[in-house]
Design a protein around this ligand. Structure first.
Ligand SMILES: [Zn+2]
Length: 140
């Protein structure tokens, strides 16, 4: 399998049924983006673009997605950032690392007060969601 290092952006109204590898399809109309997992496994990654999910940042004709793409539900468990049309790979997490992040998240969850809706708290909540998905996956 070949890892992709770049992603071209294609602005579409509807995301096509068959995706081409190395292309990030963005539909403004439906506030969503899709691409094939950059590891080359061929699975489709859907990233809804809204405040609770991903943010699309356009700059000088390039596109970034925040936060990172963590395909924990896929066999490949790829984890990468899409930054200005480039794919920046994060190292695969070992089970030990996942456990330690989970422990940190539990700590953070206690530290985040709902009354203080700061951007940082929002980010932590997002991370927590991600890790909750990891925990669910690990327990399968
Ligand atoms: Zn993959």
């Amino acid at each position: 399998m070949m890892r992709h290092m770049t992603l071209e952006t294609e602005w579409v109204e509807y995301v096509p049924e068959v995706l081409q590898p190395g292309v990030l399809y963005v539909s403004r109309r439906f506030s969503t983006a899709s691409h094939l997992c950059c590891c080359g496994c061929g699975l489709e990654v859907v990233t809804p673009l809204n405040a609770a999910k991903w943010r699309l940042i356009e700059r000088d004709g390039t596109v970034s997605l925040q936060p990172s793409i963590g395909n924990w539900g896929f066999p490949c468990q790829s984890h990468y950032w899409i930054e200005r049309g480039r794919v920046r790979w994060a190292g695969a997490l070992t089970k030990k690392q996942i456990n330690s992040v989970q422990a940190r998240d539990r700590h953070d969850a206690l530290a985040v007060r709902p009354a203080r809706a700061s951007p940082v708290a929002g980010l932590k909540a997002k991370l927590l969601n991600t890790w909750t998905a990891v925990i669910a996956w690990l327990r399968k």
